[in-house]
Design a protein around this ligand. Structure first.
Ligand code: ME8
Length: 506
């Protein structure tokens, strides 16, 4: 059977500083989506990476006394290391200083140039190096960058321009014909801005002003504007030119997850560039709000401690779980250590973890009775079976609709249901009173439901669910599509006789 492809991307981050809670938010959610899609038998390509050219990186490297290339090499390694600690399962980590990316950028810019969409002019305006973008006087707040509230630089220089204004009607038509493309929450805002003020954009700088970038293929004296270079990572990342087979299999992206700060680049400039280069457009750009601490957007300079701090303090799974449980495509969310602690204690340690410990303890104690049960004596509890099947049947739709948080809540409802079932049936009393038939039924359904929960939660908390699968007698985690019909998965002879603690209480 040919599996459906699913190409998902995160922004590529500026590596001037290590990743933080904000960048982890996008990356963990993208990872969870990628893992769900994989578990549902999609052929997934998951791309992330680092955005290594531009003024910001150049200045940071100089400030710290580094050769720029050595600096980005070192910083990219920090990203990779942190993502590996967070169990991010990317298919490729792309760096914009890689040769094949640079070749792709030149190739695409050449196409845009040949389409007649690029011309030479003079740029005059304001630039925020932290944003790596231009602002008009109208955009500024008290003459400061509206995002960073820091001074902008007045620039005047020769530059190449992309005729973005020529794409106004094409973009509007595209949005109309592809209602899924724009994120719901920002749709009207983007459309009215496109109608009002679509200006051509500067896409290069003279080399004598900034040499850290990719030279334009039609004028070696200019380097590409960092955003034009960066957006094309989504093209080079799956092997444009270098690996035609891979590229034609995965292109175009199915889901591009971003923060709301970079909407304009992804919903306006990016599709216009692709139209100009004659490439198919992405299916969906999905944006989320910011993570805040004390009401302020988390960034490398403000608010949060290092990711290592959080990972070491809480553990990978707990941090991943909390980030996903907080996820919202609609509003900003506050990251709060106290809430993290109480939420994960209530849901993971006290409910799921506690249930697992009790169920395994009881299993170990009455192991001999359970191991010798004949398969045909096992009776399915319809209520649990239906609850599990309902979640499985809806999982793909939830993911498609970016309802990751809601999907986890649905799964947790099954966990709560299972916990209640166990408490109501009191299997420890059944065993003690030698009501073995009923005892076996309760234990069988408990463990059978547990295997399903393990598969359903694996994409979010892979470390603990991997262990749970092992305790349940599986060598490796089962994908959702690898689960057999409810009632056919558990083999009492393979379950381990232990008393596992899955989550330490915080
Ligand atoms: O913009 N809350 O890189 P960047 C939520 N290189 N998400 C946050 C966040 C927060 N407080 N802080 C950061 C760039 N993010 C460009 C992108 S793509 C072709 C080039 C996440 O390092 C969020 O996804 O500034 C946001 O869009 C991204 O990091 C910005 O990362």
């Amino acid at each position: 059977m040919a599996y459906k492809k699913f190409y998902i991307t995160t922004p590529i981050y500026y590596p001037n500083n290590p990743p933080h809670i904000g960048t982890a938010y996008t990356t963990v959610v993208a990872d969870v989506i990628a893992r769900y899609k994989q578990s549902l038998r999609y052929d997934v390509f998951f791309l992330t990476g680092t955005d290594e050219h531009g003024m910001k990186i150049f200045r940071e490297a100089k400030k710290r006394g580094f050769n720029v290339k050595e600096f980005v090499d070192k910083q990219a390694e920090i990203f990779k290391k942190t993502w590996s600690k967070l169990l991010i399962s990317y298919s490729r980590f792309i760096r914009t200083t890689e040769k094949d990316h640079e070749e792709t950028v030149k190739e695409i810019l050449k196409k845009m140039y040949e389409s007649g969409d690029i011309y030479k002019g003079y740029y005059e305006g304001f630039y925020c190096v932290d944003c790596e973008r231009y602002y008009t006087p109208k955009d500024l707040k008290n003459e400061l960058c509206p995002i960073h509230l820091r001074p902008v630089e007045k620039l005047r220089m020769e530059s190449y321009f992309f005729k973005l204004s020529a794409y106004k009607n094409k973009l509007l038509k595209f949005y109309e014909e592809n209602p899924e493309f724009l994120p719901e929450r920002y749709k009207n805002e983007i459309i009215s801005k496109v109608k009002e003020e679509l200006r051509d954009i500067s896409i290069s700088r003279p080399k004598k002003y900034l040499e850290w970038g990719i030279p334009l293929p039609f004028d070696e004296n200019h380097v590409a504007y960092v955003w034009i270079d960066a957006l094309l990572n989504y093209v080079s990342g799956i092997g444009y030119r270098r690996n035609e087979k891979e590229f034609s299999k995965y292109w175009p992206p199915d889901m591009q997850l971003i923060g709301k700060d970079i909407l304009w680049f992804h919903t306006v400039i990016w599709p216009a560039m692709l139209m100009s280069a004659g490439l198919k457009l992405p299916k969906r750009i999905l944006a989320h709000g910011f993570i805040t601490i004390g009401g302020r957007k988390v960034s490398k300079s403000a608010g949060a401690r290092s990711l290592d701090y959080y990972i070491d303090k809480f553990g990978v799974d707990i941090l991943r779980y909390y980030l996903v449980r907080k996820f919202s495509p609609f509003k900003d969310v506050e990251f709060n250590e106290e809430e993290l602690r109480s939420m994960t204690n209530a849901e993971l340690a006290n409910t799921l973890g506690n249930f697992v410990t009790r169920a395994f303890a009881l299993y170990s104690r009455y192991n001999e009775i359970l191991v010798f049960t004949e398969k045909h004596h096992l009776e399915v509890e319809e209520k649990l079976k239906n609850a599990v099947e309902k979640v499985i049947n809806n999982a793909d739709r939830f993911i498609e609709e970016l309802k990751v948080k809601e999907l986890i809540e649905e799964i947790m409802r099954v966990v709560f249901m299972l916990n209640n079932y166990f408490n109501e049936k009191e299997p420890w009393k059944l065993a003690k009173n030698k009501q073995y038939e009923e005892f076996i039924k309760v234990m069988f359904n408990s463990f059978e439901t547990l295997v399903h929960i393990a598969a359903l939660l694996y994409p979010v908390i892979p470390q603990s669910m991997n262990s749970l699968f092992n305790y349940l007698g599986f060598e490796k985690p089962l994908k959702i599509v690898e689960l057999k019909e409810y009632g056919k998965n558990i083999d009492f002879r393979r379950i381990e006789k232990i008393k596992p603690i899955l989550f330490a209480k915080l």
